[in-house]
Design a protein around this ligand. Structure first.
Ligand SMILES: Cc1cc2nc3c(=O)[nH]c(=O)nc-3n(C[C@H](O)[C@H](O)[C@H](O)COP(=O)(O)OP(=O)(O)OC[C@H]3O[C@@H](n4cnc5c(N)ncnc54)[C@H](O)[C@@H]3O)c2cc1C
Length: 382
């Protein structure tokens, strides 16, 4: 075990590894501690959708700028992250929803996001297997540069590139405590040894609350259970991710042919229970085949549980804590931490290396809950 690092990152998910890459590329001496294997947290159980269609300015801007980074990431890291940009199609079910989504589209367009409202006829042109009556749609919003990537390949590509720049990544190593001195972080205790440092980044996903407890910081985050499934492989049928905020469903066809998607299970919303439920399978298959009746004839092959770390306003908590120098928050992603990870890594790296702050970092700080400066993200599923 090494004795010292400029920055210690807790968590080897897409955010921990992405930040390790950005920092080590800038010559910072980084150590990452991951208690299991890389991407064993939410990253490895996620749908890995990348969408720029959000209701809050911060999320839309983070996602839009992340897409620009994702588009070059395979080349930059030297590994294919399997980015596919087939777009996101968001179903609109009634006039009230249309009004809200029209507002979102206007804001998204003002940022340069190529999104538009499409008719029911155009919905079928984008995803021919959809049944407009079954899904009960009056229109949709569509952004062709949205898409998805492979979450494992993205995380490992970041980690491999970080290692090439000298980052030390320790898997199967648990952070058990953090020591502070004169209101600054000073040491990280792991089950394999102690390491001195000036910065600790909490990128521990649903365990971020535990990491914050180690330094006496309270965060208002809840673990929300999610179930997700994959079908057998099919011939290419459609390219877009289909989602509905009202029904909570999302699904897309992966490059290899399987359909991957999820839907919330109201009776098991919170907690850490990993056992998948039959009720998810019933709810998912009923809703999926209502949207796309042709899928009645296919088999679901796998089904698993993952967890969102959800904040009260469904926006992440980022940046340094005012009362404790060197303690950096990088969590609370509320179900969309994969798609914004390139920008999150970039802005936290700039903060640590240059002390650079920004409006986004300010508005996503932990203090917003105390100061009651909260704007709720509305464009979430489940
Ligand atoms: C079913 C599902 C579908 C999703 N779909 C999408 C989607 O389509 N698009 C999207 O953008 N996001 C999606 N998400 C959310 C996304 O997966 C997460 O926001 C993102 O992966 C978070 O990455 P992370 O690196 O912050 O955390 P994680 O990937 O959770 O990584 C945290 C890591 O910290 C480690 N750790 C915890 N405690 C310690 C400790 N004490 N010591 C050492 N290591 C520790 C954990 O083992 C874990 O590997 C989905 C999530 C789920 C569950």
């Amino acid at each position: 075990m090494i004795k010292k690092a400029d920055v210690v990152i807790v968590g080897g998910g897409v955010n921990g590894c992405g930040l390790a890459y950005n920092l080590s590329k800038r010559g910072v001496d980084v150590a990452v501690f991951e208690k299991n294997y890389l991407s064993s947290g939410a990253t490895g159980s996620c749908g890995a959708g990348i969408r720029q269609q959000w209701s809050t300015h911060e999320n839309a801007e983070l996602a839009m700028k992340s897409v620009k980074i994702f588009e070059k990431l395979s080349n930059e890291l030297g590994d294919d992250i399997e980015l596919r940009q087939g777009g996101y199609l968001i179903a609109v079910h009634d006039k009230e929803e249309l009004l809200q989504l029209e507002k979102n589209v206007e804001m998204q367009k003002s940022l340069g996001i190529p999104v538009k409202i499409i008719s029911t006829k155009e919905i079928i042109e984008v995803v021919p297997i959809l049944d407009i009556k079954g899904m009960n749609a009056i229109a949709a919003t569509f952004c062709p540069t949205d898409g998805h990537a492979n979450p494992f390949k993205t995380t490992f590509a970041y980690a491999n590139a970080a290692r090439k720049y000298g980052a030390n990544i320790f898997t199967h190593t648990t952070v058990t405590d953090i020591k502070t001195k004169n209101k600054k972080v000073s040491e990280v205790i792991t089950d394999k040894g102690i390491i001195k440092t000036d910065f600790v980044v909490n990128a521990a996903g649903i365990s971020s609350e535990e990491i914050c407890d180690m330094v006496g910081i309270k965060i208002p985050t809840k673990p929300v259970r999610k179930e997700i499934m994959a079908t057998e492989r099919l011939q290419p049928l459609f390219k877009a991710m289909v989602i509905s905020f009202k029904d909570g469903i999302y699904f897309s066809q992966q490059h290899e042919g399987q359909i991957v998607g999820g839907i919330p299970i109201p009776e098991q919303k919170y907690g850490y229970k990993t056992a998948p439920t039959v009720s998810f399978l019933q709810h998912m298959s009923k809703t999926l085949t209502r949207y796309a009746p042709v899928l009645k004839h296919i088999n679901m092959l796998r089904h698993w549980t993952g967890f969102y770390d959800v904040t009260p306003d469904a926006r992440p908590i980022l940046g340094e804590t005012k009362d404790l120098k060197g303690f950096i928050h990088c969590h609370g992603f509320s179900g969309h931490g994969f798609m914004i990870s390139p920008m999150v890594s970039k802005i936290l790296c700039e903060y640590i290396v240059e002390g650079k702050t920004s409006d986004i970092l300010e508005s996503l700080s932990l203090t917003r809950f105390k100061d009651k400066k909260i704007e709720h993200e509305m464009a979430v599923v489940g």
